[in-house]
Write a protein that binds this ligand. Structure first.
Ligand SMILES: NC(=O)c1ccc[n+]([C@@H]2O[C@H](COP(=O)([O-])OP(=O)(O)OC[C@H]3O[C@@H](n4cnc5c(N)ncnc54)[C@H](OP(=O)(O)O)[C@@H]3O)[C@@H](O)[C@H]2O)c1
Length: 248
């Protein structure tokens, strides 16, 4: 058993799987949470095998928009202290079907997927956070800072305001709360079939470094914020975007 425990939402794919891998490599036991059991199990087994530590990464199936299913994550953690909660689950939910009802459904879906998932998981694990030394990391998006995706942009921006409050509430317990805001990251399930060669080229051209981000780029930022070196960093938004947005 590792000395530290991390819970990573959306840890079965993309950025979350990369985060699970770096944290497991650093000695954390990692619980990866998502809705698809097969995807989570594959990722958990692959990382555990690669780092040579059986069950270093464990899958827990839960739809984090559902309060009842979130309690399953608390049960899986049992009575261990949680050193890091990485709220990475989310994504852009398309499909405004028109009319006010369609608008409401579109906004609710994006707020549920990106805000409620993080709020419910963090609140459920809040009593179990290690005191002192716990870490909460929220994964937002460059869209929170520059718009471009309607309710998804707004939902990710909501995480920033909430992070500031949570950082104030948990600071006296020496628990830090920070946001990692990724720019364009290719090679995840995020864009599905929405990405085109033109869209890819446009996003790469918007960076200062002339390339798309990788899941590892984001995972390294999370690794720092989830680790012991970042104890004096709280209430911050760290952009990892190749310079697509500057200084905020
Ligand atoms: N890729 C980018 O360019 C980019 C840029 C900025 C921000 N981001 C953000 O980075 C995060 C990770 O995205 P990604 O690029 O790695 O895409 P991804 O591969 O689609 O990852 C999203 C993960 O969230 C999980 N998830 C979604 N809804 C969930 C729910 N209700 N309950 C539990 N798990 C849920 C998904 O698993 P299941 O479907 O199995 O539940 C999936 O593993 C997201 O929050 C995304 O908005 C991505």
């Amino acid at each position: 058993m590792g000395e530290r425990l991390a819970v990573v939402s959306g840890g079965g794919t993309g950025i979350g799987a990369a985060v699970a891998r770096v944290l497991a490599t650093d000695g954390f036991d990692v619980v990866v949470v998502g809705r698809r059991k097969d995807v989570l199990t594959d990722t958990a087994e692959r990382i555990s095998w690669d780092i040579g530590r059986p069950r270093a990464v464990r899958p827990v199936v839960a739809d984090l928009t559902d309060p009842e299913q979130v309690s399953g994550v608390v049960e899986a953690v049992a009575d261990r202290a949680v050193d890091a909660v990485v709220n990475n689950a989310g994504g852009y939910l398309g499909g405004d079907t028109g009319g006010l009802a369609g608008t409401a459904a579109h906004w609710r879906a994006n707020l549920d997927a990106n805000v409620l998932t993080a709020v419910l998981l963090t609140e459920a694990l809040r009593p179990a956070l290690r005191r002192p030394g716990g870490r909460v990391v929220l994964v937002s998006s460059i869209a929170a800072q520059r718009g471009g995706a309607g309710p998804y942009s707004a939902a990710k921006a909501a995480l920033h305001g909430w992070a500031y409050d949570l950082a104030a509430q948990l600071g006296p317990d020496q628990i830090t709360v920070n946001v990692v805001s990724p720019g364009y990251v290719a090679d995840t399930e995020f864009f599905g079939d929405r990405m085109t060669p033109e869209g890819h080229a446009k996003r790469v051209a918007a960076t200062l470094v002339g390339r798309a981000g990788t899941p590892d780029d984001i995972a390294e930022a999370v690794r720092y914020l989830a680790g012991p070196a970042a104890g004096y960093v709280t209430g911050q938004v760290l952009g990892v975007n190749g310079g697509s947005v500057l200084g905020r």
